[in-house]
Design a protein around this ligand. Structure first.
Ligand code: FES
Length: 153
């Protein structure tokens, strides 16, 4: 029987976490190959509706990561993302969505090892949780409703 391989989608900012992931690659740091990266200019630009869309399209776990506090290249985008995440997470918890499938983190351009450790940890955590099928069964109505409420933006 083949082992479940989690699909992890990482929403990262260009300036810190993407560069950190690049450093892990150029340093030949080995880590779980389960992650697919989506690069944004800044975590402040991430519409959290996209996280639900990723789950709907097959993700089993998600990482959101950007510059450390006070290191955002657009001054405060990461603070906006963190605030949005706190509200979004409480909404997910309220409706019974397993928000622990989403990991919010900070990884700088110099932290290739931290990126590799983060991917490994999230991959193993999600592997233990098993495949995430619930959102794949939904149509767009929940996501559209959340979007219209302005909660994910
Ligand atoms: Fe990295 Fe804003 S540029 S979080």
């Amino acid at each position: 029987m083949s082992q479940f391989e989690p699909k992890i989608v990482a929403f990262v900012c260009n300036w810190c976490t993407y560069a950190g992931a690049d450093l892990a690659g150029t340093s030949r740091t080995k880590y779980a190959p389960n992650v697919r990266i989506i690069r944004f200019p800044c975590t402040g630009r991430i519409d959290f509706m996209l996280l639900l869309k990723a789950f709907q399209n097959g993700a089993d776990g998600i990482i959101v990561s950007g510059c450390h506090p006070n290191d955002c290249h657009y001054t405060s985008g990461n603070f906006h993302a963190r605030r949005r995440w706190i509200v979004f997470k409480s909404l997910l918890d309220f409706i019974g969505f397993p928000s622990d499938r989403i990991t919010f983190s900070w990884v700088s351009a110099a932290e290739g090892t931290k990126w590799a450790d983060l991917v490994n940890e999230v991959t193993e955590k999600v592997r233990a949780m098993g495949p995430f099928e619930e959102l794949k069964k939904l149509d767009d109505s929940l996501i559209n409703q959340l979007s219209h409420e302005g909660i994910t933006k």
